[in-house]
Design a protein around this ligand. Structure first.
Ligand code: 1PR
Length: 548
C-alpha cells in the first residue's frame, strides 16, 4: 500500500465524483470499496461519504456486508472519516428511520431540525467551531470558515461530548448541532468538505495527512460568527447557439435572442465550464446550470451537458445543480428512460442537485386532479426517495397576471404595490412550462405546496416578468412563497446590482439569491455582492484564498 491511496466506501448513491475530484486535486488515488472484499483489509485511511436517508444508507451497508467489518476496522484503530450521512451512520440511530440501528460508534440518536422557525433541510454555509479549545484545532477546521451543509437531521452535541468526543458545532436558527466530531481514529463531518471550497479541501487534506492538530488552522478569532450565511448563487442558462456550440446565454423575459441587426441570433455570453470556474473563484456559494432548451431534445443524447458537468466538477468545489429535461423520456432508440435514471446520470457526472421545471408543474396538476394523493411515481418522489430531498430542486417559472379584484380568479392573489397596466391592484402568479412558452391553470402557491409534499427539497423561484430586467427581485412573490412552505427558497430573476441582493435578504426571508445576467455581462462580480452584503452586516462566506 502506498500512502497516497485513499479507500472510499461506494454505496452507489449521490455525487461521488466531486469527492473523487477533490481527492485527485489533493494528490490522492481513490480505491472504491463497493464491498468489504474490494480491499477493506488493506485500508489504512477510509472515507465514508453518504447522502440521503439514514435508513437507506445503513441498510445498504448491511446488504453489502459492511456492518461487522466496518466495526472491526474502527476497533483496530485504523483511520476513518464519515461525511454527511457517513457521520450520521456512526451514531446509534436517527428518528428519520425508527428501528434502524446505526453503527453505534458515537452515542445518541439524530433528531429532525425544528421547522417552525426556519427552512428544513438546512442547506447553508455554516460554521464548525471546535468547542473546548484545549484541543487546539481539529483537522484544519477553522472557526472563521464556513462549510457547506445539507441535512434535515442533526446530531446532539452533549451526549457525544460526555462520551469524550471532541465536537465542532454549528448553529441553525437557535439549534446547535454537530458540525464535526472526533475521537481517536474516528473523525466525521456533517458538512461536505468536497463541496466547501478551499475551507473544506483543507479539512480533507489535514485528515488525509493525519494532522489532527494543526497550528496554522487552529481557530484564530474570538469574534467569529457561529451560524449560517445567506447563499449567493451564480446561474448559467445554457443552450446550443446557431452554430451548434453550447453557450451561456441570457436575455430578458426568457427571450435569449439578440434584438439588433445581428439577425436575432442566440446571445453568446461565454463558455459554460470557464464561466463556472470563474464564478467559483469569485466566491459563488453554488453554481447552477439550466439547460434551457432541453424540452426539445433528449437529455441522454445531450452528452455535451454531461461533459460540462464532469469538467466543471474537476475545478469547482461548491455545489452544482443541473436543470433541464429531468423527466421520464423515450430515448432515441425507443427505450424508456425514467427521470430517476436521467437524474442518476447527472449525479454520476458531478451534480449535487437536479432542478425540475416543466415536469413538476404537470405532476402538481395531476396531484390535485387525484385529490391531493401521491402517486409515488413522479420524478420528485423517485429521485428524492433514492437521493434525498436535498437533491431535488424545483425551478418555478411564473408570470404575473393582473386582476382588479381577487374575485376575478380562483387563484391565490396578492395585493401588489406594482399595479397592472390598467391600474389593477391584484396579481396572481401563473405557472408556465417549456421555458415560459405555455401557461397553465395553476398558481405558484398551488405548485410549491404540492411539490413540497412530493419530495422537493428546495425551490428556485424565478419570475418571467423580472427576468433580465436588472430591476431587483420580485419581493412580493418571494415572501408569499416563503410564507407557505418550509423548504428553502432561492430568489431568482431581476438581480442587477449588489443592492438588490441586500434588499431581498433584508425584506424577505429567502434562504439564497441568484444572479445571472449581471455576472455574465461583467457588470459586477460575485465578490462585489459578497463584499456589499458583508459591509452591511449580513454574514456571508468570504473565503477567497484558494491555496489549499
Ligand atoms: O422545464 O425541467 O426542462 O427545465 C428547463 C429550465 O430552463 C427551467 O428551469 C427554466 O427556468 C429554464 N429556462 C427555460 N427557458 C429559459 C429561458 O430563459 N428562455 N431560463 C429558461 C430561465 C432562469 C434563471 C435566470 C434568472 C436570473 N432562467 O435562472 O437565469 O431569471 O436572470 P437575471 O439575474 O439575469 O435576471 P425543464
Amino acid at each position: 500500500m502506498t500512502a497516497s491511496i485513499v479507500y472510499v466506501l461506494d454505496l452507489e448513491s449521490g455525487n461521488l465524483r466531486s469527492l473523487s475530484n477533490a481527492l485527485t486535486k489533493l494528490g490522492y488515488t481513490v480505491k472504491w470499496l463497493k464491498r468489504p472484499s474490494d480491499g477493506l483489509d488493506e485500508a489504512e485511511t477510509l472515507l465514508f461519504p453518504g447522502v440521503g436517508n439514514f435508513g437507506h444508507v445503513v441498510t445498504e451497508l448491511r446488504n453489502r456486508g459492511f456492518i461487522e467489518p466496518l466495526k472491526a476496522y474502527i476497533a483496530s484503530g485504523r483511520r476513518i472519516m464519515g461525511i454527511c450521512v457517513g457521520l450520521q451512520a456512526l451514531y446509534a440511530g436517527s428518528t428519520e428511520s425508527p428501528g434502524v440501528e446505526g453503527l453505534g460508534v458515537i452515542p445518541g440518536t439524530l433528531q429532525k431540525f425544528d421547522s417552525s422557525n426556519k427552512s428544513v433541510p438546512h442547506i447553508a454555509w455554516n460554521s464548525a467551531s471546535v468547542l473546548l479549545q484545549e484541543d487546539d484545532g481539529l483537522y484544519g477546521l477553522n472557526a472563521d470558515s464556513k462549510y457547506y451543509y445539507v441535512h434535515s437531521y442533526r446530531a446532539d452535541v452533549g451526549e457525544a461530548q460526555r462520551d469524550g468526543w471532541t465536537v465542532a458545532v454549528g448553529n441553525y436558527g437557535g439549534e446547535v448541532f454537530v458540525g464535526a466530531v472526533c475521537k481517536d481514529n474516528v473523525f466525521a463531518t456533517q458538512f461536505h468538505p468536497e463541496k466547501s471550497g478551499v475551507a473544506g479541501l483543507r479539512v480533507l487534506k489535514a485528515f488525509l495527512e493525519g494532522r489532527k492538530v494543526s497550528n496554522s488552522s487552529a481557530p484564530v478569532s474570538k469574534n467569529y460568527h457561529v451560524g449560517m450565511t445567506k447563499r449567493v448563487i451564480a446561474c448559467l442558462d445554457v443552450r446550443a447557439n446557431d452554430d451548434g456550440d453550447l453557450v451561456v446565454t441570457k436575455g430578458d423575459q426568457y427571450d435569449v435572442r439578440e434584438k439588433n441587426s445581428s439577425g436575432g441570433k442566440v446571445r453568446n455570453l461565454g463558455k459554460p465550464v470557464e464561466m463556472a470556474e470563474k464564478y467559483y473563484l469569485d466566491g459563488a456559494d453554488e453554481v447552477t446550470f439550466l439547460n434551457i432548451t432541453s424540452f426539445r431534445n433528449c437529455p441522454l443524447v445531450d452528452t455535451p451537458m454531461l461533459e460540462i458537468l464532469r469538467k466543471t466538477s474537476e475545478t469547482v468545489f461548491v455545489p452544482l445543480t443541473i436543470g433541464g429535461g429531468i423527466r421520464d423520456i423515450v430515448d432515441t432508440d425507443g427505450s424508456k428512460v425514467s427521470a430517476l435514471d436521467v437524474a442518476s446520470l447527472y449525479f454520476r457526472s458531478g451534480a449535487d442537485k437536479v432542478s425540475i421545471g416543466s415536469d413538476a408543474v404537470i405532476a402538481a396538476e395531476e396531484f390535485y386532479s387525484r385529490g391531493e394523493v401521491l402517486s409515488g411515481k413522479t420524478a420528485m418522489e423517485t429521485i428524492s426517495g433514492a437521493y434525498g430531498v436535498q437533491a431535488v430542486v424545483i425551478s418555478v417559472d411564473p408570470k404575473r397576471v393582473y386582476v382588479a379584484s381577487p374575485s376575478e380568479t380562483t387563484h391565490h392573489t396578492i395585493k401588489t404595490s406594482y399595479p397592472g397596466p390598467s391600474g389593477e391592484q391584484y396579481v396572481w402568479y401563473q405557472c408556465t412550462i417549456k421555458g415560459g412558452r405555455e401557461a397553465r391553470d395553476l398558481d405558484v402557491r398551488q405548485l410549491v405546496t404540492a411539490v413540497e409534499k412530493m419530495g422537493a427539497g428546495e425551490i428556485l423561484l424565478n419570475c418571467i416578468d423580472k427576468d433580465g430586467s436588472n430591476s431587483g427581485f420580485d419581493l412580493e412573490l418571494i415572501q408569499d412563497v416563503k410564507n407557505v412552505i418550509n423548504i428553502p427558497v432561492i430568489a431568482s430573476s431581476g438581480a442587477g446590482k449588489p443592492e438588490h441582493f441586500l434588499e431581498v435578504f433584508e425584506k424577505t426571508t429567502t434562504d439564497a439569491a441568484l444572479g445571472a445576467g449581471m455576472f455574465h455581462r461583467g457588470e459586477y462580480k460575485v465578490v462585489d455582492v459578497k463584499s456589499y452584503l458583508s459591509e452591511h452586516g449580513l454574514p456571508v462566506r468570504n473565503e477567497l484564498d484558494f491555496e489549499v
